[in-house]
Design a protein around this ligand. Structure first.
Ligand SMILES: [Zn+2]
Length: 458
């Protein structure tokens, strides 16, 4: 998950560092489902056309619950190994190799190098049924970890500050549990290990490599660690995360105070934000309560600016990211940006050019799919509480959105915070870490949701 932080002028947004203009290429297959006006009706019809309603037998959920608990030590060891060996976007060689060999050990069919270091593992069930996909991202961030834990990152300047080490661990844990339940499984599960999420490249390159045409999943699931309390799971009924545009301003002035001009413009543009990003788990919790009640975050705007970066942008350039939970607001925001810049340059007798680039669409869940899996998650032994969010989280982005525009998708927030044990940091911060109890819970959530869908949609 690519996350923006306020007051971060010294850190250039990671995805633009190597990819100045990330756009879906023209070779990208067209959206097939999300563009269809009856998208949700289609998902619902798909579910109802099967033997509905199906309740996953408690025995299967208990098997998953106990099975995940039995894996505790292995999950923790794997997560710590990945945490100590983080790899940047597009460079996930070790992680991908480890994933592929583990999937082969479990008896899955494995495809490697699907869009860079992408790995796909197919678990074939014993009975006919749907193809379900589960996606985990693998990459780390260019952030120096601050940690005195024995499993701290061994790579200078690189760390799993977004919890993708936990995502890989949970996906492999779910693959192991479901491999043991193959005789109960209908259809097949395609485990997708995606590279380069932080650079917002990985989903696109996997799609361009023909992943979706080859496997044609009927639904896709994914989870992400979050500063919710461990034991809690959150799921948005529809809108999950903001979409993002990049804007690039170039100023021209006959000789005024360029630095003051750029600074004033940055401050004025950031003031267009409707909300402040949370700085810790307590502030995240306050926001989560807003997301639950649905109080205006569906039209949130968040603007961050960067300037004065030598090799990427000399002082007369200003780079900004605009996050919008409702992409229909893009023209209005662009007008506001122009009006703001007009006002500032007027005072300095300057002019400017503005270029706006689409970066990533908002992430939306398929509500019918959420309604289908939620009851199964509520019955899991490790899950204390499933929270349903009516509003999206406006400060992060996910290139899972590119999959979700083509395949009905459910994205689940996995609580990993625990103030009592000192895990309260936000994602993308140097001291981010998780309560490892979440690994067992995440494995239960992933395996139970997949098993439930395989039975419900058989
Ligand atoms: Zn992430």
């Amino acid at each position: 998950m690519l996350k923006e932080r306020r007051k971060q002028h010294e850190i250039y947004p990671y995805y633009t560092r190597a990819h100045r203009a990330v756009q879906p290429s023209s070779a990208m297959p067209p959206c097939t489902l999300r563009d269809c006006p009856d998208y949700d009706a289609l998902v619902l019809a798909l579910a109802r056309s099967r033997m509905a309603p199906v309740t996953t037998p408690q025995a299967s959920l208990a098997t998953i619950g106990d099975g995940a608990i039995a894996l505790t030590d292995a999950l923790v060891a794997l997560r710590r190994d990945l945490h100590m060996h983080p790899e940047l976007s597009g460079d996930e060689r070790r992680t991908a190799g480890l994933v592929a060999s583990r999937l082969r050990q479990l008896g899955l069919e494995v495809e490697e190098h699907v869009g860079g270091y992408g790995v796909v593992g197919v678990l074939q069930g014993a009975h006919p049924g749907p193809t379900l996909a589960y996606r985990a991202d693998m990459d780390a961030l260019p952030i120096q970890e601050i940690s005195d834990r024995p499993y701290a990152s061994l790579s200078l300047g690189v760390s799993h500050a977004c919890g993708h080490d936990a995502h890989v661990t949970v996906a492999l844990g779910a693959a192991e549990l479901l491999a043991g339940l193959r005789s109960d499984l209908h259809g097949r599960v395609v485990f997708i290990f995606q590279p380069a999420e932080e650079s917002l490249d990985g989903a696109r390159v996997m799609i361009e490599a023909g992943l979706l045409e080859r496997y044609q999943p009927a639904a896709m699931l994914a989870l992400h660690v979050s500063p919710l309390q461990v034991g809690t799971v959150g799921i948005a009924e529809d809108r999950c995360l903001a979409g993002m545009e990049e804007f690039h301003v170039r100023f021209y002035t006959p000789g005024g105070d360029l630095e003051a001009l750029v600074g004033e413009a940055a401050t004025a543009l950031q003031a267009l934000s409707t909300h402040e990003g949370p700085q810790d788990a307590a502030q995240f919790e306050a926001l989560a309560q807003q997301m639950e009640t649905g109080s205006g975050l569906d039209r949130a705007v968040f603007v961050s600016c960067w300037s004065n970066l030598e090799e990427q942008a000399p002082a007369y350039h200003l780079l900004g990211l605009a996050s919008l939970t409702d992409f229909d607001q893009r023209p209005a925001l662009q007008c506001q940006i122009r009006r703001t810049l007009d006002r500032v340059v007027d005072r300095y007798d300057a002019t400017y050019d503005l270029a706006v680039t689409f970066v990533n669409p908002p992430l939306r869940n398929a509500s019918a799919l959420v309604a289908e899996i939620r009851p199964a998650l509520e019955r899991l032994p490790g899950v204390d509480r499933v929270r349903l969010f009516h509003d999206p989280y406006p400060f992060s982005h996910e290139d899972l959105a590119l999959f979700a525009a083509r395949v009905p998708t459910a994205f689940v927030w996995l609580g990993t915070a625990n103030a009592r044990r000192g895990f309260t940091s936000m994602l993308h911060t140097p001291d981010f870490d998780i309560d490892e109890d979440a690994l067992v819970i995440g494995t239960q959530v992933a395996a139970a949701a997949l098993l439930h869908l395989s039975e419900a949609w058989r």
